[in-house]
Ligand binder design. Structure first.
Ligand code: TRP
Length: 343
């Protein structure tokens, strides 16, 4: 037990993007760009999908959910996801996923879910607030979130799953659930592995903490130039004066620049820091650089958001390609568990 069953599948990369909020440069550097680069690798099969069922756990406003899905899809397409090489779809267009979710739910120990970080954090928060019920405000979607995620992954026999470090536990759970299924019903699922990016891929936000929607410190990717400039001017710096040599490593401005610039440009900027570039000048430089580099994707993004039917067409095509895998595989799974025609 515990070994990867030999299922003769090619290397398969898969990742989900929760459709909440407007994509920001932290998402780009940490998730979107590495995924797009991976999608260009010729050898691997890749699946990228909008995890709108996952978004539903927290978002109960239909207008917001719809808009987020549109914006996230537009962002990935505008930034260059190659939908000929990778399969790009919306989770809710694949009915095999919720079906597999239930099957896997019956293979999942409740105790395993009790240990999930996100659920534990929610309980902890209730305890801190001295709520009468430690499960106050927690829906079953949050509790079962890792099972749905396991279904997303196992459905397409993913071998490599690029995710943030906060998702490693979910990958371990997916493996756990897959092993239990394989042990019970025979080798069926590929055991997936998490692929996490190095720490440089975590960007700091306006206030110096990790850039995150929950801290409200993000720089959205597709702001008009004027608003982009305003936000960059707001980035927190230390009180060093102009001409003082500055440390690039702790500096949010440098980090963001580094995430977009070429190695030569970064080396040159490091030199400017040593010479003591003034914060005002650096902010102006960073704005000009980002503004220029985001111009083309920004235009594409605006065009896509104004023509949602184009996005829809791409997603529908993606779903058809994805279902070419999920439909026959689910039929095998149903057979394996004994859900099939009786005569
Ligand atoms: N939970 C992931 C996140 O918040 C998103 C996600 C849903 C996902 N399903 C997935 C990621 C399957 C990888 C594979 O980032």
């Amino acid at each position: 037990m515990g070994e990867m069953p030999n299922l003769n599948t090619p290397e398969t990369i898969l990742t989900g993007i929760t459709t909440t909020g407007t994509p920001h440069i932290g998402n780009y550097v940490g998730a979107i760009r590495p995924a797009i680069e991976a999608s260009r690798q010729a050898e691997a099969r890749s699946f990228y999908f909008l995890a709108d069922y996952h978004a539903l756990v927290k978002c109960h406003d239909p207008g917001v959910l719809r808009q987020s899905t549109l914006e996230v899809a537009a962002a990935w397409l505008a930034l260059g996801l190659d939908t000929n090489r990778s399969i790009f779809y919306r989770q809710t267009d694949i009915p095999e996923i919720p079906e597999l979710t239930w099957i896997l739910t019956c293979m999942t120990a409740k105790g395993l879910m009790n240990r999930a970080h996100a659920y534990k954090a929610a309980v902890q928060e209730n305890e801190t607030l001295k709520a009468k019920d430690p499960d106050k405000g927690i829906n079953m979607g949050l509790f079962c979130y890792p099972v749905l995620m396991a279904a997303d992954i196992l459905m397409f026999k993913a071998s490599k799953v690029p995710v943030g470090k906060d998702q490693i536990q979910h990958l371990e759970m997916a493996r756990d659930i897959a092993m239990r299924f394989n042990h019970t019903y025979g080798a069926t699922f590929v055991l997936p592995e998490a692929v996490t990016s190095d720490s440089t891929a975590v960007l700091q936000g306006l206030d110096g903490r990790k850039m995150s929607k929950s801290y409200n410190n993000t720089i959205p990717l597709f702001l008009p130039a004027k608003r982009l400039r305003k936000l960059i001017m707001k980035i927190k710096t230390n009180s060093q004066g102009p001409d003082e040599p500055k440390d690039p490593h702790t500096c949010t401005l440098f980090q963001i620049y580094q995430a977009f610039a070429t190695p030569e440009e970064v080396a040159e900027m490091r030199h400017r820091y040593a010479e003591g570039i003034a914060w005002g000048e650096m902010k102006q430089l960073l704005f000009a650089y980002l503004d220029q580099h985001l111009q083309t994707p920004r235009e594409r993004y605006a065009e896509l958001v104004q023509n949602p039917e184009r996005i829809e067409k791409i997603l529908i095509e993606g779903a058809a390609k994805a279902r070419a895998f999920s439909r026959p595989f689910l039929a095998d799974i149903r057979k394996a568990i004994g859900v099939q025609a009786v005569g």
